[in-house]
Design a protein around this ligand. Structure first.
Ligand code: ADP
Length: 502
């Protein structure tokens, strides 16, 4: 074991205050152990067991170790101080909302002398910040102005050089220093445990993406939890067909063991005819997991990552089977095939592989694509064995309009004198979709609120329960709503999604 000779470490410390004196004494301890020379950086741990070297290096005052860390850290790095790393991590989790950047590296400084845990980081403008990782208030002092402040538990605060932090169990406060007393560059690794997440980034991204997808699944399930076939109007024939080809195989897979079940579908037809609505209802009727996606978004948002995402998505849907994967605007996938969009081609190929696999496997998983533009679909998607069954979703006939009207006006306060039959005929003549009908009903409700002064009362806070009870949507409200709808459709205003030009 070779230990470098000690020089005059202590004489280099200017012992101005008691506080600094005490630190000098702590350094004294190190020098007593015969480990330090003038600059620290010739401390030599060769031959000393790791356990002991840590013990020795812990004699370097926390504030010097901290200052040395601050020389190294960058935005995105986190310094944790305390007894145990696992405990520090748990405490940090309680405070994570206060940190905006992604943590790329964590440096843990073990500290046994004080009670409590601290976190430090530099924000994007390189300001130093402290996190109080304790359930008690932390006393901070500005050594220049002698001002004292208290940092509430799990909160963050800017700190500046020379600020003092009072920690329970400490005789003297810990000072934030611009630089350590001596150069500690050479042996940070001896007093600090570093966890580098930067190399893990790829897998982390995957994990985040996966989480996002499962949230998507959950959210969609929640949103769609109430929609059933009872909420779909004017599509009786279509529902009958979907029951036979999707609902029953999903619900009673045993009955279809000897079948070649077609698992890929395309619903096509004008916007707003209820393609998404029906697919949701289908999933709920079968109590299946429903994943709703948009081909356009998948192509643009997830460029580069999208192949991987598609694979994850299918895997997750298989895990949670029975499942329906619904892809709206499915025509966007592979639209640019043959063009310059390399990502689009790659995504299409990936999707094709996944869909082809589906037909061969026994997984209880269906893929339904929806499009308003069937002709523009890539033929590779619609070929047999892929999204090969194509079902048209038409605009409702007059009876269908009535059914949809009833569904969406069920909870509306309609005046008894409304000529419902004439209204339905009018809506049918206008070749409205389910989405249009819903729009007209809601618009009539809003116009009615205006007419009855309800909006004004809400504005000045004089609205009462009686106003709600007495309110009715009148014929004139519907007339105006239809007028507005026609105007909108003719392009005098921006068209809400789902409006089709006839
Ligand atoms: P698409 O997917 O065909 O563009 P959507 O399913 O998104 O149409 O329709 C939008 C909304 O219009 C639905 O959420 C639903 O409230 C209503 N809607 C559309 N078609 C129907 C229908 N046949 N029955 C009841 N409501 C419908």
């Amino acid at each position: 074991m070779r230990i470098n000779p000690i020089n005059n470490t202590i004489t280099n410390y200017q012992t101005k205050t008691n506080y600094q004196k005490s630190h000098a004494n702590q350094n004294n301890n190190i020098t007593d152990l015969g480990l330090l020379n003038k600059n620290y950086n010739q401390i030599n741990f060769k031959g000393i067991p790791a356990k002991d070297s840590l013990e020795m290096v812990l004699k370097i005052p926390l504030e010097d170790r901290l200052a040395s860390m601050f020389e190294k850290v960058e935005p995105g790095d986190l310094i944790l101080v305390g007894k145990e790393l696992s405990e520090a991590k748990n405490k940090m989790l309680k405070s994570i909302d206060n940190i905006d950047n992604i943590i790329s590296r964590v440096f843990f400084l073990p500290e046994h002398k004080y009670r409590g845990y601290l976190g430090f980081f530099t924000d994007k403008d390189w300001n130093k910040e402290i996190i109080n990782l304790n359930d008690f208030e932390l006393k901070l002092m500005d050594s220049k102005t002698i001002k004292t402040d208290y940092l509430t538990p799990y909160d963050t605060y800017y700190i500046f050089d020379d600020d003092l932090i009072a920690l329970p169990g400490a005789k003297e406060p810990v000072q934030i220093k611009a630089a350590p007393k001596c150069d500690l560059n050479g042996f940070r690794k001896n007093f600090c445990k570093a966890v580098d997440f930067t190399k893990m980034e790829k897998s982390e991204i995957e994990k985040i993406n996966k989480k996002m997808l499962s949230q998507l699944t959950r959210e969609t399930k929640e949103v769609s939890s109430k929609v059933t076939f009872k909420d779909v109007g004017g599509q009786d024939e279509l529902i009958k067909e979907l029951k036979r080809s999707i609902l029953y195989p999903l619900k009673y897979p045993d009955m279809y063991e000897s079948f070649d079940v077609n698992r890929g579908f395309i619903l096509y037809g004008p916007p707003g005819t209820g393609k998404t609505h029906i697919a949701r209802a289908l999933a709920n009727e079968a109590d299946a997991n429903f994943v709703s996606l948009n081909g356009l978004e998948m192509e643009s948002k997830w460029v580069g990552e999208s192949e991987e995402n598609w694979r994850n998505l299918f895997e997750e849907a298989k895990e949670k089977q029975p499942s329906i994967i619904f892809i709206d605007e499915v025509d966007a996938i592979g639209k640019s095939r043959g063009g310059n969009d390399v990502h689009g081609d790659k995504t299409l190929n990936q999707v094709l592989t996944l869909i082809s696999d589906l037909d061969q496997s026994k997984d209880n998983l269906f893929v339904i694509g929806a499009t308003n533009n069937f002709k523009s679909l890539d033929k590779a998607l619609t070929r047999s064995g892929r999204l090969s069954k194509h079902i048209e979703v038409k605009l409702p006939d007059q009876n269908g309009v009535k059914q949809i009207f009833d569904i969406h006006s069920k909870k509306k306060p309609l005046d008894r004198n409304i000529d419902k039959e004439a209204l339905i005929k009018k809506l049918y003549d206008l070749r409205t979709s389910g989405s249009d009908i819903r729009y007209v009903i809601n618009e009539a409700h809003i116009i009615g609120y205006d007419r009855a002064g309800i909006h004004d009362k809400m504005e000045n806070g004089t609205i009462t329960g009686k106003d709600k009870r007495n309110f009715k949507i009148l014929q004139e409200d519907f007339d105006k709503a239809i007028e507005k709808f026609v105007e909108t459709r003719n392009g005098t205003e921006a068209r809400p999604i789902g409006f089709n030009k006839v």
